[in-house]
Design a protein. Sequence first.
Length: 160
Amino acid sequence: MISNQAGGGTTRSGSGYDIEPLTEERRAELARGLTPEEHQVLLRHGTERPFCGTLLNNKAAGVYACRLCGLPLFRSNEKFESGTGWPSFTLPFDPAHILEIEDRSYGMVRVEARCARCGGHLGHVFPDGPPPTGLRYCLNSVSLQFFENEDEVEQHTNSG
């Protein structure tokens, strides 16, 4: 659910996070802190090699947030072993935090997953996941940052 908060005009998700799209200037400012691989994947829609991501085998409890803007994207209890070589999840932290966009690149029709606030490329969504959703959000580790405590996730919005 997306709502406008009275007074500030900030677009907020049902879970209370600011999901107002970042300005180009703010996005460029945050992108200066990315590694070349993070830049390639998040901003140029690249893909890291399978079985190489640092978060693939992470079993700790916590929250996976966008590497660029810090928006919480997935909880660890929704992560599962898909055998694909990329971290996979069945359900987003909040559906309003993920943009799903048709992707017709490389002669395929897929659904790309992007961060709703910064537009960073996360990976793809496939309809072959386990119950109860039947979805597999197949993500790049370099697009994510892991936090053991949701309260530690630093937010990077247009206002700060």
